[in-house]
Design a protein around this ligand. Structure first.
Ligand code: C2E
Ligand code: MG
Ligand code: MG
Length: 579
């Protein structure tokens, strides 16, 4: 014999001696069984320990027994069914099943391999069973995490929407009554976070979630939609009062002090409610309408509830859309400044312009500042908008001065909102913009209202003095509509008073208004202020105002607010504004 071959055979034999298939079978972590396929019932020829563990069988109870469909081993039921199919088709099969057991359910996957005889029929089937419980448990955890909020373990927005869909489905099938959605927002969460720190804030949210869960019925769902926003789906309601009752319970729960370390903490929430009674039966609509109601509740104050009513909220919906669009408007260059001439009523000279913001909305067209300024203030967009307006107006005046000799002595007035005044450092911003554009402070006027000053007189005095230090002139806008105390305003470095348009409109016929304008003009003069009349539309009004000693005026009679290009033409026109 070829020595090489002999060597190989010897190696084979040693190997054969070393491989103990019995041991392999015994220790394989996969359940194995071999079935003999017979008409009267399959006989189990062989099993391994893993198989017996899966079915909780003793060795002697498994091998050699015959199993039928009616067998007491109900766990085998699906195996038998599949074996019958394998016998019929002569093809391998794969299937999964799961059993409910403590502490957690078990999942198995089974593979069946037919062994064909010479006649082409199946006479044995080899089965292998894998325990997939751990894998399935991991899958379930992943799924849970995808649908739940990690902090509170409550359903998240995705699952919440699914739950609403399910409730609506039951309603459509006539199985359930109406359902309601409550969107709950924590008042002053920022403050809570600042006071307790972020960990404390988290702890607070968890406690809040736990407390609120206690007051819900098992069939209701509570979710955490975002940071400080929760939602409750109340199913099976017949009247909106049922949802209101839940909201009341939420408020009551929130009113109780939250223990935090060794102190107590008080919080409140605002709640917006929508229901299929007044909203379209779609999950998206319900949540959006509840959000709109919440928006109103928050506008009303702390601890408020608002129920969505279609009519009441129609304008809010457009307001919300506006809010989103407004945020982008400044960056998208949809904002433009128009300029309205301010004229010296005695000399007819053009003194300067007031810059007024216009929003060229891509679909709505030109939106009036009367509509968007309040939203900009409410949302804080006003800070950015105000900065933009100031920068643009200053830049524009510098440009005119380079182009038109007549623009040398002109001034530009920019409106500053109260919110902008309190939220941003207007003085620092003005300083920065002046140095960027190269405009001198005495060419700039800032218009603020009495309300702005009265909200926080100390802060106002400080900022106004800082602006005055930069030689910027300060005008009190819409005078007469607010606090209207000139003597009080002596305390502030104001240079100009603008009499509100409402007094000028009918000054020729309304003696009361005539008298008011007379007094303001007189007092203004005494205090050394320049008085500007707003809203002059007729020649006669100019004459009356001049008689009363009002120095300056502004209004459609002279010019409407116009784009920068047109304003430049007005500058070039010269100083014959009174004829
Ligand atoms: P305002 O500062 O009192 O501006 C005067 C308003 O009166 C302007 O309205 C102007 O177009 C209008 N007006 C002027 N003359 C006449 C007239 O003869 N007849 C009539 N009927 N109206 C006249 P506009 O441009 O709609 O602005 C409204 C308000 O919006 C402004 O009142 C101001 O408070 C605010 N605003 C405008 N632009 C800005 C801005 O850039 N920032 C801030 N914070 N507020 C702005
Ligand atoms: Mg103004
Ligand atoms: Mg005004």
């Amino acid at each position: 014999m070829d020595p090489k071959k002999a060597l190989l055979r010897a190696a084979d034999e040693t190997l054969a001696g070393r491989i103990d298939s019995g041991w392999v079978l015994e220790n394989l972590p996969i359940g194995l069984f071999l079935l003999e396929v017979r008409e009267e019932g399959h006989r189990i020829l062989l099993t391994n320990p893993s198989f017996r563990t899966i079915f909780g069988l003793e060795e002697e109870a498994a091998d050699g027994i015959t199993i039928t469909r009616e067998d007491k081993y109900s766990a085998f039921e699906s195996i038998i069914d599949h074996c019958l199919a394998v016998r019929r088709t002569c093809k391998p099969a794969y299937f999964e099943w799961h059993t409910r057991s403590e502490p957690s359910d078990q999942f198995f996957a089974c593979h069946l391999m037919p062994r064909l005889g010479g006649n082409g029929e199946v006479y044995q089937i080899l089965g292998s069973i894998i325990d997939r419980s751990a894998e399935k448990r991991a899958e379930r955890i992943l799924l849970h995490n995808a649908l739940h909020d990690a902090l509170t373990n409550l359903p998240n927005r995705v699952l919440f929407m699914e739950k609403i869909e399910e409730a609506l489905e039951r309603q459509r099938d006539g199985e359930a009554q109406h359902c309601a959605v409550l969107v709950i927002n924590l008042d002053r969460f920022q403050l809570i976070n600042e006071t307790l720190g972020h960990l404390g804030g988290d702890e607070f949210l968890v406690t809040m979630a736990t407390n609120l869960l206690k007051i819900l019925r098992p069939e209701d769902t509570m979710a955490r939609l975002s940071g400080d926003e929760f939602a409750i789906l109340v199913s099976e309601i017949s009247r909106i009062e049922d949802a209101n009752a839940v909201a009341d319970r939420v408020h009551r729960t929130m009113r109780a002090p939250f223990p935090m370390g060794d102190s107590e903490f008080y919080a409140s929430v605002c709640i917006g409610i929508s229901s299929t009674i007044s909203s379209a039966p779609y999950a998206d609509d319900l949540v959006r309408d509840a959000d709109l109601a919440l928006h109103r509740a928050k506008a009303a104050g702390r601890g408020e509830t608002e129920v969505f009513h279609r009519d009441k909220h129609r304008h809010v919906r457009s307001q919300l859309q506006m809010e989103v669009a407004l945020r982008k408007a400044v960056q998208n260059q949809e904002m433009e400044l128009h300029y309205q001439a301010i004229v010296d009523l005695f000399t007819g000279r053009l003194v300067g312009f007031e810059a007024l913001a216009r929003w060229n909305h891509p679909t709505l067209g030109v939106v009036s500042p009367v509509d968007f300024i309040p939203i900009a203030e409410e949302t804080g967009v006003i800070v950015e908008l105000g900065r933009w307006a100031l920068h643009t107006a200053c830049e524009q005046l510098v440009k005119w001065r380079q182009e038109e000799p007549a623009a040398k002595s002109l001034t530009v007035a920019v409106n500053v909102s109260g919110v902008q005044f309190s939220r941003s450092d207007v003085a620092a911003e003005a300083e920065m913009i002046l140095s960027l554009t190269g405009l001198s402070g005495d060419s700039l006027r800032l218009e603020i209202t009495e309300t702005t000053i009265m909200k926080n007189p100390e802060h106002a005095a400080e900022v106004l003095h800082q602006l005055r230090d930069q030689k910027i002139r300060l005008a009190l806008d819409d005078f007469g509509t607010g606090y209207s105390s000139l003597s009080y305003l002596q305390r502030f470095p104001i240079d100009i008073v603008k009499i509100d348009r409402s007094f000028i409109t009918d000054i020729e016929s309304n003696t009361g208004n005539h008298r008011i304008v007379e007094i303001i003009t007189m007092l203004g003069k005494t205090l050394g202020l320049t008085v500007v009349a707003e809203g002059i539309e007729h020649q006669i009004q100019t004459e009356i105002l001049r008689d009363l000693g009002c120095q300056m005026g502004q209004g459609y009679l002279f010019s409407r607010p116009v784009p920068a290009k047109e304003a430049r033409r007005l500058i070039a026109l010269g100083d014959n504004w009174l004829t």
